[in-house]
Ligand binder design. Structure first.
Ligand code: IPE
Ligand code: IPE
Ligand code: MG
Length: 246
């Protein structure tokens, strides 16, 4: 993360996005929900390019939450088909542009064909270093933390770890994205002001930016506005950035 002399962050190194509002975007146009999700993929392309141009290094986007299975089955099917199409059409270009693709979330509830495509995309782009795009699919922050607890419990049961070794650091190393710096900025589009079970552990000191723009309408200028606002934030992490008199 870059800072100016006052400890003010300039460009987020790691940007997280809750891409919300596809359904309302489609409804406003009297279109089916899946058209909104398709428009959302276009917005992702645009924002990825703009984020790279602004100097962002890592981007983690919420594509499908662990609660989105509750949606009508035809919408879930359309979203899965869209993910497959994205993987089939985009991976070669992302690879060529130096983008490493990673997925966070559960894999045991996804179709075997999607899991195979996810694994192939991760393998094919594993050596790319210019930019990292993480897609959160069947991801939930509560799952992430409880999964870390389960993995640690297994290590304790196997005698490789003692309960007293469990602390912030060991939990952290079993959560998603532990190899990356925490998100500096989290943007949620679509007007709702909540976290919807996104990166609960990872966002402990993330700056939040909420905007009303529906995700398919979110473009480079909106990203600039979010980053400009981020640049004004004072990040203290519980400490003090200025001299204080007691
Ligand atoms: C976000 O858009 C995309 C996913 C959850 C997959 P929504 O589909 O939630 O859009 P709204 O909130 O209904 O407008
Ligand atoms: C969060 O949006 C999930 C994604 C953007 C993938 P939702 O639309 O599912 O969130 P809620 O239900 O409004 O909290
Ligand atoms: Mg929504």
């Amino acid at each position: 993360m870059s800072n100016n002399n006052n400890g003010v962050a300039i460009v987020p190194e790691h940007l997280a996005i809750i891409m919300d509002g596809n359904g309302r975007w489609a409804k406003k146009r009297i279109l089916g929900t899946s058209r909104g999700h398709r428009a959302g993929v276009e917005a992702l392309r645009t924002v990825l390019r703009a984020a790279r141009a602004r100097g962002v290094r890592y981007m983690t986007v919420y594509a499908f939450s662990s609660e989105n299975w509750k949606r009508p089955s035809d919408e879930v099917s359309a979203l899965m088909a869209l993910l497959k199409r994205y993987l089939a059409n985009e991976v070669a270009e992302l690879k060529q542009e130096g983008v490493r693709l990673s997925f966070i979330g559960r894999r045991d509830r996804l179709g075997d064909d999607i899991v195979a495509m996810i694994e192939a995309a991760e393998r094919d782009t594993a050596d790319r270093e210019a930019f990292r795009l993480n897609l959160a699919v069947d991801y939930g922050g509560q799952w992430d933390i409880s999964n870390a607890a389960r993995l640690l419990a297994e290590e304790v049961a196997a005698g490789r770890l003692s309960p007293s070794d469990i602390n912030e650091s060991t939990v952290h190393h079993h959560t998603a994205l532990s190899e990356l710096p925490a998100p500096d900025l989290l943007i949620r589009t679509g007007g709702d002001v909540r976290i919807s079970n996104y990166l609960l552990w990872q966002s402990a000191y993330t700056e939040f930016y909420f905007c009303d723009t529906l995700w398919p309408d979110f473009g480079a200028a909106d990203l600039d506005a979010a980053i400009d606002e981020f640049a004004t934030r004072q990040r203290r992490y519980g400490g003090r950035t200025e001299d204080a008199v007691c």
